[in-house]
Design a protein around this ligand. Structure first.
Ligand SMILES: CC(C)(COP(=O)(O)OP(=O)(O)OC[C@H]1O[C@@H](n2cnc3c(N)ncnc32)[C@H](O)[C@@H]1OP(=O)(O)O)[C@@H](O)C(=O)NCCC(=O)NCCS
Length: 434
């Protein structure tokens, strides 16, 4: 459920990028804001009729440190898992989406292209490509049965979608096999009819049938209860277009030509030994990444198969670069980003915003700032308009200096059927969901 309201959208300002040492960190601010939001919603008597029935951290338990960390409910024998799908309203039927099929993949693509996540002002909508969807939905060990659609019985039109893929995720010292749930989408004409809870229950049932009892997901909305809250930051690569389409605004006392100059990058990368990742790099990158991710409270437990799938470059889907020491050929640093364009809604001149999203980055020898500056340079060479990054892992250390500006939306991370005693800071998160 990678709802990132705001992440498709507008940075608060293109200016005001100077670091302020005395200001509270972004993570402190996010946690305070979250606490405030939860309190407001409780005061208003806002209930979560569905989520209150689910094994997730509940708002009423926030701050109760006597509750144990770990699974909220124990697994049940598979034979006791409901064997038939949940009931849908009469006009609709379940379909398992075979994403290998060109036809099915196109149907899913069209549903998402027209109905998936938009920014708060409805100026941009995520436009995941078909190749991206195939990549996101077929990692090692994936289950076809977790790619779930809903059709109108009579017309066979696809009107809703939800997916899971399996992943090993470490929460502090425990590696847990989970489902990463994503791409929850209900057609615009079928909203607010409580179809989403049925979709979520059905994917949960199919996950249970594989003897998996936990899930991880993200959303732009506050639900019971985030394990962490982070923020998107945006680095303009093509400031003129971003301003023309309303993604960003010209800063106070700035002209277009000064803005273009501000965001200008060198033509080529600066780090000696910086090159594209290749198949023979998989073992070394896996070692580097595993070591790096071990410092975070929540992170994927990647093996070589995972790294091959998630991080080997795939044209127009994922880009990965590394630094190989020119002398020893040792691989010391790594950076990656994925390609997720957004449709620009109702602009006469432009239809697509080409965005790169920071994925996993590791620095051991090259300073992270320099490594990410090289990532920006290759993203610019590849004609991306903007480079987005969350304030997760060590990203805060380069965001302001590399002229990223904060976005206007938050992204909340959630775990299903796994309690953590206290929310973790964005900087303690080592997990990026697509
Ligand atoms: C998200 C979406 C599927 C929800 O459907 P809907 O028709 O608006 O809502 P429904 O009436 O079916 O269901 C409402 C319930 O779903 C929950 N819900 C809404 N969005 C959710 C999300 N992103 N993740 C998990 N649950 C969500 C609501 O909190 C509510 O449950 P509650 O009463 O316990 O709070 C729909 O708005 C949509 O397709 N939006 C565009 C794409 C999008 O944002 N997808 C989510 C990506 S994470």
């Amino acid at each position: 459920m990678a709802d990132r309201n705001g992440s498709t959208g507008v940075p608060e300002e293109t200016q005001n990028l100077m670091p302020n040492e005395n200001a509270p960190s972004e993570s402190d601010v996010s946690l305070d804001l979250l606490a405030q939001k939860v309190q407001e919603s409780l005061a208003l008597g806002n209930r979560h009729k569905f989520w209150e029935t689910q094994p997730v951290g509940q708002f009423k338990d926030i701050g109760d440190t006597s509750l144990p960390e770990g699974p909220i409910e124990p697994p049940t024998p598979i034979s006791e898992v409901k064997q038939e799908p949940y009931n849908l309203p009469n006009l609709y039927e379940w379909v398992t989406c075979d994403i290998d099929s060109e036809e099915m993949c196109a149907e899913v693509y069209n549903l998402l292209t027209n109905n998936y996540v938009e920014d708060d002002e409805n100026m941009f909508r995520f436009n995941y490509s078909k190749e991206f969807l195939r990549w996101a939905l077929r990692p090692p060990g994936y289950f076809k049965s977790w790619h779930i659609g809903v059709r109108v019985k009579s017309s066979k039109k696809l009107v809703a979608f939800i997916t899971g893929v399996p992943a090993r995720i470490r929460v502090r010292d425990n590696v847990v096999t989970m489902a990463e749930v994503n791409f929850l989408c209900v057609h615009k004409k079928l909203r607010s009819k409580r179809l989403a809870p049925v979709m979520i229950k059905e994917v949960t049932r199919r996950v249970h049938l594989e003897n998996i009892w936990q899930a991880a997901y993200t959303a732009g909305v506050v639900l019971p209860t985030p394990v962490s809250t982070c923020q998107y930051w945006h680095r303009s690569l093509n400031p003129k277009k971003l301003i023309d389409v309303g993604f960003s605004r010209l800063g106070a006392r700035m002209t277009m030509s000064r803005t273009i100059k501000l965001y200008k990058l060198p033509e080529s990368t600066v780090t000696p030994g910086f090159r594209k990742m290749e198949p023979h790099d998989v073992p070394a990158v896996t070692r580097l990444l595993r070591e790096y991710l071990s410092q975070f409270a929540i992170a994927p437990d990647f093996d070589e198969n995972d790294v091959e799938h998630w991080l080997l470059p795939k044209e127009n889907v994922v880009d990965s670069f590394l630094v190989a020491s020119p002398e020893t050929h040792e691989i010391t640093d790594f950076c990656s980003f994925y390609t997720l364009p957004s449709s620009i809604l109702g602009n006469p001149n432009y239809s697509t915003l080409k965005a790169a999203y920071s994925y996993y980055n590791v620095s051991t020898k090259t300073p992270l700032l320099q490594l990410m500056n090289d990532a920006l340079i290759v993203a610019k060479q590849k004609d991306f308009d903007v480079f987005n990054a969350l304030d997760v892992m060590q990203n805060e250390s380069f965001l302001k200096e590399l002229k990223f500006g904060p976005g206007d939306g938050k992204l909340h991370y959630y775990l299903y059927n796994y309690r953590i005693r206290q929310a973790v800071l964005a900087s303690e998160l080592g997990l990026v969901l697509l």
